[in-house]
Design a binder for this molecule. Structure first.
Ligand SMILES: C[S@@+](CC[C@H](N)C(=O)[O-])C[C@H]1O[C@@H](n2cnc3c(N)ncnc32)[C@H](O)[C@@H]1O
Length: 392
């Protein structure tokens, strides 16, 4: 493909992505994968260049643009070489009309920029939400210790106890160490959220919103495969990814439990009052993960945020009900909005005065009310709010 043809294909893909974002349909990654499958003439270099262009344009537009062309013009405004490819050549984009409008830039739609600012995220902190994320690994101590691990490429140690960092795009999935479960791909912030659980061998631990089990596997490793680790979620597809991952990681103590939405308490009745620790990695707006998923800021609405906050409240209540006296409740969201993080947790503490917040001794982050906040700007991790409470 010519460079101009790649730009035109990216514009057409952005049209599909914008349409899908407006109707909460397929995510950008899926749209790209489908397009590459049905356009075999696009070779690997074309695919890489198109993906790069599409994500540059998504990052460049704060509010959702009205078309793919407007989005690409936004990038072209700051890239003369790209602007020169709007040349009207065969398969290329038509020339830029005098006065043709580019999409608005910025970090996010205005209502979200305002909410972030109200939560103390503005300026450089807000801009860093759209940086490129590094590639972080967790060494699976069920199989190997960090000191004993040999990898095809040099990695630097992170602040997470078993964390390593590589250049983004390193083909980790093709490495033997990945295939045989010695390493997992996991953001440092996510690793520190697991560290905050202080999971011990022999404990009963519930990972209430386990999803595909990223954090469950880290907990199993901390528990040295001893004790009970119940991994629950309401999403069958996500939870079904856990069993093969657990097998690869050699994590034997995980009991996966699919929850019926609205009937979670019944499904976990046998654990009520028994757990040493409950991790609530709650569903959230994901404002802390825009580095990996910049399109998410086009999809979030005030109404969906309110629904997420209400689910978080219910999950906190359920988590508290599962704990034994003295048990630890660890609340985590990959969001930087206080209504999902500090204020949500503060409300729980206000409604449940028997629970006392516990300081977290994490190597990164800054205190935010009763918890700790990690941000891409301050900590180089995804954005997280992490807090712990104990009922003495
Ligand atoms: C942030 S994700 C969890 C990610 C996961 N812990 C990991 O590390 O990969 C939140 C999860 O909460 C789940 N969820 C939503 N509502 C739930 C509910 N009522 N009970 C349990 N899980 C729920 C979602 O399906 C989603 O998988």
């Amino acid at each position: 493909m010519t460079p101009a043809a790649r730009v035109q294909s990216s514009i057409e893909l952005l049209d599909l992505i914008v349409l899908a974002a407006r109707s909460q349909a397929a995510p950008a990654d899926r749209i790209l994968a489908d397009w590459f499958r049905s356009h075999r003439f696009a070779g690997s270099k074309d695919r890489r260049a198109i993906r790069e262009l599409v994500y540059r344009a998504i990052r460049a537009c704060g509010p959702i643009p009205s078309s793919g062309r407007e989005a690409m013009l936004r990038v072209a405004e700051e890239d003369r070489e790209l602007a020169g490819l709007f040349d009207g050549s065969t398969y290329g984009p038509r020339p830029i009309d005098a006065g043709e409008r580019a999409a608005a830039g910025g970090v996010a739609p205005k209502w979200l920029v305002d909410r972030l600012a109200a939560s103390g995220i503005s300026g450089a902190e807000a801009e860093a939400l759209l940086d490129r994320a590094p590639l972080d690994l967790r060494v699976n101590t069920l199989k190997v210790q960090r000191e004993g691990l040999e990898l095809p490429e040099a990695a630097t140690q992170t602040d997470a106890p078993n964390g390593l960092r590589l250049v983004p795009g390193t083909p980790v999935e093709q490495w033997d160490a990945y295939r045989d479960g010695r390493i997992e791909i996991q953001d440092t912030g996510s690793q520190l959220a697991c560290h905050a659980v202080h999971a011990q061998p022999g404990e009963i631990i519930v990972d209430l919103c386990a999803g595909g089990g990223g954090k469950t596997l880290a907990l199993a490793a901390a528990m040295e495969n001893r004790g009970r680790l119940i991994a629950s979620d309401t999403d069958r597809a996500r939870l079904s990814r856990l069993a093969p991952r657990a097998e690869r990681a050699g994590a034997d103590i995980i009991e996966a439990r699919l929850l019926d939405p609205g009937k979670e308490t019944e499904a976990l009745a046998d654990v009520a009052g028994q757990a040493d620790a409950v991790l609530i990695d709650a569903p959230c707006s994901g404002t802390g993960t825009w580095r990996r998923n910049p399109e998410a800021r086009w999809r979030l609405t005030d109404a969906s945020l309110a629904r997420l906050c209400s689910t978080q409240r219910e999950l906190l209540t359920l988590g508290a009900h599962l704990l034994k006296p003295g048990g630890r409740l660890i609340y985590v969201v990959c969001s930087l909005l206080d209504e999902e993080g500090a204020a949500q947790f503060g409300r729980f503490l206000g409604d449940n005065i028997a629970f006392k917040p516990q300081a977290l001794s994490l190597p990164l982050g800054v205190p935010r009310d009763s918890g700790t906040r990690l941000t891409p700007f301050h900590d180089g991790t995804d954005g997280f709010f992490i807090a712990c409470a104990v009922q003495p």
